[in-house]
Design a protein around this ligand. Structure first.
Ligand SMILES: CC(C)(COP(=O)(O)OP(=O)(O)OC[C@H]1O[C@@H](n2cnc3c(N)ncnc32)[C@H](O)[C@@H]1OP(=O)(O)O)[C@@H](O)C(=O)NCCC(=O)NCCS
Length: 164
């Protein structure tokens, strides 16, 4: 398997992965609907650093380091004394056939290195309290629970931070 940053050439594969993940969600409330502004910037390196995992040329997993405040300014309001600058890791996806191998953890370790290299001090992560796989993966990455919130009126989220 190959792990690399996604580029504009990967747009179709990223859309297919998102479609497959959204279609197969165990619980719809675990996945926040993607707004147009975010979607338009997924492959904009000024805004996002999207890492993908490829198996035989097929994109099977991905996770994103969001560098633009648009993605995390609401979560930031719920947190006190967070060392700046901040980024968020989100849109974590592993195709069902590839789950159970801590692939998200592997990808996110690499995103943490990227964050460190560009001077990010704190990573924000928001997870539905019942999304055990995501929660376990981020706890192993060093995430600490700091607050809870409800996004878009009905998406419960625990807000975690990671010291980079
Ligand atoms: C979240 C997600 C990316 C994690 O994929 P992954 O890296 O393959 O995760 P794993 O299956 O290896 O699970 C991670 C850990 O959770 C555990 N786990 C997974 N599902 C579990 C369950 N239902 N109950 C208890 N433990 C569970 C695994 O055993 C593993 O534990 P370990 O670290 O002790 O080995 C994947 O489940 C996914 O794509 N989900 C749909 C999209 C989503 O919810 N994204 C997060 C919101 S942005």
């Amino acid at each position: 398997m190959i792990i690399r940053q996604l580029t504009s050439n990967d747009s179709a594969m990223l859309e297919s992965l998102i479609y497959a993940i959204e279609s197969g969600m165990e619980n719809r409330l675990w996945w926040l609907p993607i707004n147009r502004i975010s979607r338009n910037h997924f492959l904009d390196p000024e805004w996002c650093y999207f890492l993908g995992v490829f198996d035989k040329g097929k994109l099977v997993a991905a996770s994103c380091l969001f560098l633009n405040e648009h993605e995390f300014k609401e979560s930031l309001k719920s947190l006190d004394d967070v060392p700046l600058p901040v980024a968020e890791i989100g849109r974590c996806m592993v195709m069902p056939a590839y789950r159970g191998n801590n692939l998200l953890l592997t990808v996110n370790k690499e995103l943490l290195s990227v964050a460190k290299a560009i001077g990010i001090k704190t990573i924000i992560v928001t997870i539905h309290p019942d999304n055990i796989a995501s929660k376990r993966s981020f706890l192993k990455l060093g995430a600490e629970l700091k607050a809870t919130t409800v996004k878009n009126s009905f998406y419960d989220r625990d807000i975690y931070t990671i010291n980079v």
